[in-house]
Design a protein around this ligand. Structure first.
Ligand code: SF4
Length: 375
């Protein structure tokens, strides 16, 4: 087994945190790095909120289309199927019909009262017509919305982003984004736990929060997971300042600061948690392999078919390149479903039985996809 050293000079604090974090990862996860082969389905890029760093949202005036049609959704999913993908990742803005009459009209003409109703139908369509499994990130959710979406999603996601209230103040990243209030997001996470929904969450690093805020956010996630056992993975994502946003030119977290946060995530969340960092947002000089030193065990969704619509300027690494790189560091790369095996192999009560059956029919004996992904 190969070891490797940092390609950059780091402080002894970082070395220490990283060494503890990788030891925990090795203990809980071994030297296996998973990823979810996915297609990215941006169902609508309209949104009622305005986050200062966002390049995803568009308005009806600038949008190519208000919503993807069922035919467009199916075409993307079928392209993913042909490449052996397992995940249909639905990404969409927060309740656009509350801000835009055009969105309300589009939905009404097709018999839907809300974006969530339309999302439900599109997830159902994917399940019925393709071999893929939906995982949706529709923003904050009510009880009824969670209960409905649970029927047609193997897992749901909502980034906590941060528990810092400072970000909501004038000039803060979330000044004009009421759905980013930490209490609202924590409420969704808690309800998801109460309804036994495998859930993905995470923090966004470098949007104006402090190191204490990051640690507090990770502790909040840990305490929800201790209570409900439903947090299946935690994403640690670094903010990248993008042109044409209000945070263009804002300071990003340094590579070292980010590494420390990833290591803190592993230390706070423990050996068994799935800790994920997206490889496509890595600093180009430092590269993504340094995250292995900070205790991660997952790369998140990687698509051989679609771009990352949230970060369109940052392509995912090619799967062959990713495999070669991690193998050279003594790790194995393993495709997974958008829900981890523990939630459908070991426990009978998280997913509806129809979803468990469909997952098991495509899984090997350990709960990972039985067939190969084509890059
Ligand atoms: S809620 Fe999401 S889509 Fe809406 S502005 Fe914020 S980051 Fe963009």
């Amino acid at each position: 087994m190969k070891s490797f050293s940092f390609p950059l000079q780091v402080s002894s604090k970082t070395e220490e945190l990283c060494s503890k974090a990788s030891e925990l990862r090795d203990r809980g996860k071994g030297r296996v790095l998973s990823y979810s082969p996915k297609v990215f389905i941006p169902l609508t890029r309209l949104c009622r909120d305005f986050c200062s760093y966002c390049t995803f949202r568009v308005s009806p005036r600038t949008a190519d289309r208000l919503y993807m049609t069922p035919e467009e959704v199916l075409a993307v999913a079928r392209a993913g199927e042909a490449h052996g993908c397992t995940e249909a990742l639905f990404v969409l803005g927060e309740r656009p019909e509350e801000r835009y009459p055009e969105a309300r009209q589009w939905l009404k003409e097709r018999g839907f009262e809300s974006t969530h109703e339309y999302l439900y139908e599109m997830c159902r369509l994917i399940l019925e017509e393709t071999s893929l499994f939906p995982h949706s990130n529709p923003g904050t959710l009510t009880r009824n919305e969670l209960v409905a979406l649970k029927k047609v999603n193997v897992s749901l996601g909502l980034m906590l982003e941060s528990t810092s209230r400072k970000l909501l103040e004038t000039g803060g990243a979330h000044e004009h984004a009421p759905s980013k209030r930490p209490e609202v997001r924590l409420k969704t996470l808690e309800l998801a736990g109460a309804f036994r929904i495998p859930f993905t969450t995470g923090i966004l690093v470098g949007i104006g929060e402090s190191e204490e805020d990051r640690i507090e956010s990770l502790q909040a996630i840990r305490s929800l997971h201790e209570r409900y056992g439903h947090i299946q993975e935690v994403i640690i994502q670094n903010f990248r300042a993008k042109p044409h946003t209000r945070m263009d030119g804002a300071d990003e977290a340094s590579v070292e600061e980010f590494l420390q946060t990833v290591a803190w995530a592993r230390i706070i969340l423990g050996a068994e948690m799935n800790v994920q960092v997206p490889p496509n947002l890595a600093d180009p000089d430092a590269g993504y392999l340094i995250y292995l030193r900070a205790g991660i065990n997952d790369w998140g969704g990687i698509s051989p078919v679609t771009i990352d619509y949230v970060n369109p300027e940052a392509p995912w690494p090619h799967l062959d390149e990713l495999r070669r790189s991690v193998e050279a560091q003594g790790f194995k790369l393993r495709p997974r479903f958008p829900v981890y095996p523990a939630y459908f192999m070991d426990t009978p009560d998280f997913l509806p039985w129809a979803l468990v059956q469909k997952l098991r029919s495509q899984a090997d004996s350990s709960g990972y996809p039985a067939s190969a992904v084509h890059a």
